[in-house]
Design a protein around this ligand. Structure first.
Ligand code: NFS
Length: 644
């Protein structure tokens, strides 16, 4: 079994791993000890795209300096195999984000058509802001007079145009033009403007089939096009339409870590990604009817908590506390206090069902595309047309289950306050100029050196490295060196658990320049900007920085760097690729899936900089990782002539 202290940096997590072991319940931390990864697959050089293989191409003992004659049965080189595997990861990741986006767009369509009472257009300002980006007019001309167009009409057209982005026959994605003009021109020059979201994924599957594309550069061209369809397409549409349906987040206060669960409350943990379902559950669980029902059942109330990106979605819009990161999902059940865990899509361990079997927890799957084979799992399929009824059924199930709790409940007493809910709009509010209204204050402080640059630190946990340690070390090292951090996904949750998402953090961890700015403005040095699809907010924030002036003409000019210290999902690879192609130097930790093909890897790590101004890098040591980012930021400062 795993050593709890070696497995996680977080004390609550350590306590729950220990408890699981005492109870004889196996978790991913234990499996990581017994299940070793395949080194060849890990390095990207195992090809299983046909029935003649798998062809495994280990790195030769002496390296590949004197040439590399490794090949598979068909002759595919290590570069071809690694590039195929890499862009298949991009395809899977882009699909996950974009299918989530499509689902939101479909609910948006139902709301626009008024087919559902549960969902309405909540944020009209945001609707009016995105409509022109989709070439939907917000005014009409009648008799020479310019009039505001009917909101319902605009919503319907936005829904139609947005949904069309997944499968239109001609043209290119409309949001690409939201990028700075030189960036758009660069994509055009390299032939990587995505046509529609689905097509770019399909083309990856075709090109990586046996005997099709056998040039790693050409394969990566499609990988880039597909990743851009994620970042500036599916993910950005998901964020925007969610904001219109559920409200654009603004800073609010909450808490993070397993300690948010309450012994005397009905605890409902929502885990997954699409806020379509969780929005309803939150609304229903807060209703007086359900609170009364919970009290009748002997509980003091209902405590909601989130895991993974669902957590970030309901945190940023409703202040629902974060129960934990990706690697804490089993542990929430191991408290013995989880009356129901509701899951939808992505990042959900199948082992949750095995853990739930050892406790009273009802595990409920809700999405038609994500079920579990174990027979103790309930499936309540969620549909926007009867969303409130579904949510009520789920919340009632949890309340009814409260009485079945065992005596043995242990909730770790660890949690920290967080401020979350930042975004393009609120950063402008806090760090904009009072007269100019753009990102003037932020830019000004970067130019004068109080803020050295911007770090975007995001992504998963990976059980192959100590839970949260790399996340927190990278972030602390960046803010210590006056780099302001934007965070999403499980990194944001890790930062919340550690207490880094509060303005008070500034005095403790920041360099003097960043501390001064944070204290003056009253913001944390680490800004939680949402879930992983909300990395699109980071792309748009970077674009706003370019627009505000003084820091170059393109995203690649800005003193900024990206990082995913503990990544593990294919989604992270898609994100990394669109961030790189948007001009940002991006460092991944833990492992890198192309290390078995050094020539291809060099293409990603070095040649990409000449093409896109942004490139990949890999550094498992978190301090070195942060300093690679800082070195890149300094290089950009120097190029801008603002290095003092
Ligand atoms: Ni992002 Fe969110 Fe977490 Fe990784 Fe999974 S939850 S979409 S993939 S593990 S950050």
């Amino acid at each position: 079994v795993a050593d709890p202290v070696a497995a996680s940096y977080d004390v609550a997590t350590q306590e729950m791993i220990k408890r699981a072991q005492d109870l004889g319940v196996e978790t991913c931390f234990d499996r990581a000890v017994t299940l070793k990864p395949c080194n060849i697959g890990n390095q990207g050089t195992c090809c299983k795209n046909c029935g003649m293989g798998p062809c495994r191409l280990p790195l030769p003992k002496g390296g590949v300096e004197d040439g590399d004659d490794r090949k598979g049965i068909c002759g595919a080189t290590a570069n071809t195999i690694a590039a195929r595997n890499f862009i298949r990861m991009v395809a899977a990741g882009a699909s996950a984000h974009s299918d989530h986006g499509r689902c939101v767009a479909e609910v948006f369509m139902s709301a626009a058509r008024k087919e559902t009472d549960a969902y309405q257009i909540k944020d009209i300002q945001k609707l009016l802001q995105i409509a022109p980006r989709l070439d939907v007019a917000i005014t009409v001309e009648r008799d020479g007079e310019v009039l505001d167009r009917d909101i319902d009409e605009i919503a319907l057209e936005v829904a139609e145009v947005a949904l069309n982005e997944w499968g239109k026959a001609e043209g290119e994605l409309k949001y690409l033009k939201r990028a700075p003009a030189p960036r758009y021109e660069l994509w055009k020059k390299f032939g990587v403007l995505p046509r529609n979201i689905d097509r770019e994924v399909v083309e990856i599957m075709h090109r990586t089939h046996i005997g099709v594309d056998q040039d790693y550069k050409n394969l990566m061209k499609q990988g880039t096009r597909c990743a851009l369809a994620d970042g500036w397409g599916g993910s950005m549409l998901a964020t925007d339409l969610q904001d219109v349906l559920f409200g654009t987040p603004y800073p609010l206060q909450s808490e993070a870590n397993l300690g948010i669960m309450k012994k005397d409350h009905v605890n409902i943990i929502i885990h997954g990604h699409e806020p379509v379902l969780s929005e309803m559950i939150v609304a229903v669980a807060q209703s007086q009817e359900m609170i009364d029902y919970a009290k009748q059942a002997g509980a003091k109330g209902i405590q909601m908590g989130g895991i993974c990106c669902t957590a970030n979605e309901i945190l940023q819009r409703h202040g629902v506390p974060l129960a934990g990161t990706f690697l804490q999902q089993e542990l929430a059940i191991i408290t013995g206090a989880c009356d129901a865990m509701v899951v939808d899509i992505q990042c959900i361990f199948q082992n949750l069902a095995n853990v739930a079997k050892c406790f009273h927890t009802k595990l409920i799957t809700t999405h038609p595309i994500a079920k579990m084979e174990q027979d103790n799992v309930l499936h309540i399929e969620f549909d926007e047309h009867h969303a409130v009824e579904d949510a009520k059924r789920i919340v009632k199930l949890a309340i009814d289950n409260f009485k079945n709790r065992g005596e043995d409940v242990v909730i770790p007493q660890h949690k920290n306050p967080v401020i979350a809910g930042f975004g393009v709009e609120s950063i402008e509010y806090h760090l904009g100029g009072s007269f100019r209204g753009s990102y003037y204050t932020l830019n000004d402080n970067i130019i004068n050196g109080r803020i050295r640059g911007i770090g975007a630190v995001v992504g998963c946990n990976n059980v192959r490295t100590r839970h949260n340690e790399a996340h927190l070390t990278v972030v602390k090292e960046l803010i210590k060196n006056d780099v302001i951090v934007l965070t999403t996904g499980c990194n944001a949750i890790a930062c919340g658990m550690e207490g880094l998402l509060t303005p008070e953090t500034a005095q403790v961890f920041c360099g003097p320049g960043l501390a001064e700015v944070c204290e003056t403005v009253g913001i944390p040095p680490v800004l939680h900007v949402g879930s992983c699809v909300d990395n699109s907010r980071i792309l748009l924030a970077a674009t706003e920085v370019v627009k505000a002036g003084g820091l170059g003409k393109d995203i690649s000019d800005v003193p900024a760097a990206g990082s995913a210290p503990e990544w593990m999902s294919e989604k992270a690879i898609s994100i990394g690729q669109y961030v790189v192609a948007s001009g940002v130097y991006t460092v991944f930790g833990t492992t890198f899936p192309t290390s078995g093909a050094p020539v291809f890897q060099k293409y990603l790590f070095e040649d990409f900089e000449k093409m896109y101004g942004g490139m990949w890098d890999f550094e498992p040591d978190p301090i070195k990782h942060a300093h690679k980012m800082i070195a890149h930021i300094d290089k950009k400062r120097k190029a801008l002539g603002i290095d003092k």
